[in-house]
Each structure stands twice: as structure tokens, then as C-alpha cells.
Design a protein around this ligand. Structure first.
Ligand SMILES: [Zn+2]
Length: 339
């Protein structure tokens, strides 16, 4: 965006001082912290084979984030869990070169807490976007984010996260009592028709193809770079998460996936909501999963099987997928939808 959204430097310095374990000093905190343009990021990022794009795709830290830098502006897609917001902000600054240069735009792909948890530490410093239904839902999740932040340090210890992650998580836990709805809710509501913006010289199309994984899914498309972040409409190599409270619909999900395929070709880089970065095949695999799930469940319902029996079933197309613990949820949700 061309709107001036340079980061609030005072807050950023406080955050980075906490990370560096120092009081605020006259020396720029990011210098002590190693922000000299080639510092190591705090989270693990894969650099895509297209200039300026970085992705986190590990399965333990929430939804996959993307950071893109273009002409001194920076885009962040999604914010993982509450205790990781500080790390994402720091890493955005690292990729931008320094906090002074961080002119940040945030897009949330949907409202789920593993994609919006870090919003409180990002939204106040960014031009922010989400689907209009997501903004409403995010506002109701304030207490969840606060609780998540408070359990963050223990979570970092459990997963053997780095010292820098731990210090930022402790800072987030301390700050969480003061978080407000204004801090977590993206300021710009994307309508059903979608919206196009520019970050630096890069065009970004946000599409909404109706209800699918939730009632507020956004697909983020970089047409000039042939890259798509699908949000949770694609779980790569994993069972997809069905959430009835989010108005999930397998039939709508299929419609959305077909629309995504229209944007793809053989060279498209697909960043799923969860799982490894891949190609158009990841979208096709998700479409095949949904199609077969509906077919099998319909067959069993037609055979007079009870929901309790059907949910215990598994079919070939489900073999070898991760997130096994949410397989039953998917089957039950499709039973309810088809009944
Ligand atoms: Zn989700």
C-alpha cells in the first residue's frame, strides 16, 4: 500500500529490547539484536524461488505465514499463535532490512486462532486486511488470544524454541492484559467480491469464493509471480480441519478449490494453510479428498449406516495423511451436511 504505515518505533524498540534482554538504550535495539540487514530470522523460513518471498511451513507453530518484500514495503500473511506475533514482527523487520524500513501490510486469510493469534502485536503497526466476516469473528476471540499468549512461554519451552522466541513470548504474555479489540481486528474489511492492492510494486489480489473452510476465506494471489497462498482451503498431506462453528461446507469448499484451480498453471507455487509448499497438485489433491469424502459418506448414508458407524471408517484416499486426530471431525461434518 502507498499509505504510510511506518512502524511505531517506540513500541518496536521496547519489543526488541525485551528480545535482546536489555533495557532500552540509546543504541538502536535492533542493532544489538543483530538487525543489520543480514541477521538470522527468529522463525524458520523457506525462501521461495521468486524474489522477495519467504514462507514458514513447519506444522508445530500454527498456519503457514508468508513474508514478501517489494520496494521497501513488506507484506505478512497470517500471524500464527499469540505468542509468536513478536517473532513475526521481528522477522518482517529483518527481511525489510531494519525496523526503520518496516512499512508493513497484514492480510489474515481467515479468523481461526492459529492464523490470527499474533494480530495484537502486528495490527497496530500495519495496514491490515481480512474478509468482513473474519473481522467480526476475530473481535470475539480477544480472550482466547490473551490465554494463548499467557501459555506461550510454556509452549516455547515444550517445543524447545530459541531464547529469542522465549523472550518475545514472555513479553507477549505480559502485554496481553492490555490488548483490546482494536489491537486485534484488521482495519480494512474485504467484501465478498474481493479486493486488489499493491505492496511496493507487487500486485496482490484477495479473492473470496464463498463459504468453504469458513465463511470468511481469502485466497491471496500474486498474479505477476504466479504464487497463491490458499489459506486453509488447502491442507497439504494432512486431513483438513472441519469447524461447524465457522460454517464449514465441503460442497462450498469444492467450489472454492475449483476457482483456485482456474488461477493456477503448471508453474504455480501453492502455499497451503498447513503442510509443505507445493504446486497446483496440492490444490488438486485437496479437491480429490473432498470429492471422495462426499461420495463415500453419501454411499454409506444411502446404505442406511449410522453416523457413529461412518465416522469410524477410513478409505484409501485418507491413507498416510497427517492430522489423523481430526479425520473423524471431517466425516461427521460431511454426514451432517449431506443429511
Ligand atoms: Zn483454519
Amino acid at each position: 500500500m502507498t499509505t504510510q504505515t511506518a512502524i511505531d518505533r517506540r513500541n518496536f524498540l521496547a519489543l526488541m529490547s525485551a528480545a535482546a534482554g536489555t533495557a532500552m538504550l540509546a543504541t538502536p535495539a535492533w542493532a544489538q539484536f543483530g538487525f543489520n540487514g543480514d541477521a538470522d530470522p527468529i522463525l524458520v523460513w523457506d525462501t521461495l524461488n521468486r524474489a522477495g518471498f519467504h514462507v514458514t511451513a513447519d506444522q508445530s507453530s500454527g498456519g503457514n505465514c508468508l513474508i514478501m518484500t517489494s520496494d521497501n514495503q513488506t507484506l505478512l500473511i497470517d500471524t500464527k499463535f499469540a505468542h509468536l506475533g513478536g517473532a513475526l514482527l521481528a522477522d518482517a523487520a529483518t527481511f525489510a532490512g531494519s525496523p526503520d524500513k518496516l512499512d508493513l501490510t497484514l492480510i489474515n486469510t481467515h479468523h481461526h486462532g492459529d492464523h490470527t493469534g499474533g494480530n495484537a502485536l502486528i495490527v497496530p503497526h500495519a495496514t491490515s486486511y481480512a474478509h468482513k466476516n473474519a473481522v467480526k469473528r476475530i473481535k470475539t476471540q480477544l480472550d482466547t488470544y490473551k490465554q494463548s499468549a499467557k501459555s506461550g512461554p510454556a509452549q516455547i519451552n515444550r517445543t524447545k524454541g530459541s531464547e529469542a522466541q522465549l523472550k518475545l513470548a514472555m513479553k507477549a504474555a505480559d502485554a496481553s492484559d492490555s490488548w483490546t479489540r482494536a489491537d486485534i481486528a484488521p482495519k480494512n474489511r474485504v467484501p465478498n467480491e474481493g479486493m486488489s492492492i499493491a505492496v511496493g510494486s507487487t500486485k496482490i489480489d484477495m479473492h473470496h469464493f464463498g463459504r468453504g473452510h469458513t465463511d470468511n476465506d481469502l485466497i491471496v494471489h500474486f498474479p505477476e509471480h504466479n504464487i497463491i497462498h490458499t489459506g486453509d482451503l488447502v491442507f497439504a498431506g494432512l486431513h483438513p480441519f472441519f469447524d461447524p462453528t465457522a460454517r464449514v461446507t465441503a460442497i462450498g469448499w469444492i467450489k472454492s478449490l475449483n476457482k483456485i484451480l482456474e488461477l493456477c498453471d503448471k508453474d504455480t507455487i501453492v502455499i497451503p494453510g498447513h503442510g509443505q509448499v507445493g504446486s497446483t497438485q496440492a490444490v488438486q489433491n485437496q479437491l480429490d479428498y473432498m470429492t471422495q469424502l462426499i461420495e463415500h459418506v453419501q454411499t454409506e448414508l444411502d446404505n442406511g449406516k449410522a453416523k457413529a458407524e461412518i465416522k469410524a471408517m477410513s478409505w484409501d484416499f485418507m491413507d498416510g495423511l497427517g492430522f489423523e486426530s481430526i479425520r473423524e471431525r471431517a466425516i461427521i461434518a460431511v454426514c451432517v451436511e449431506l443429511e
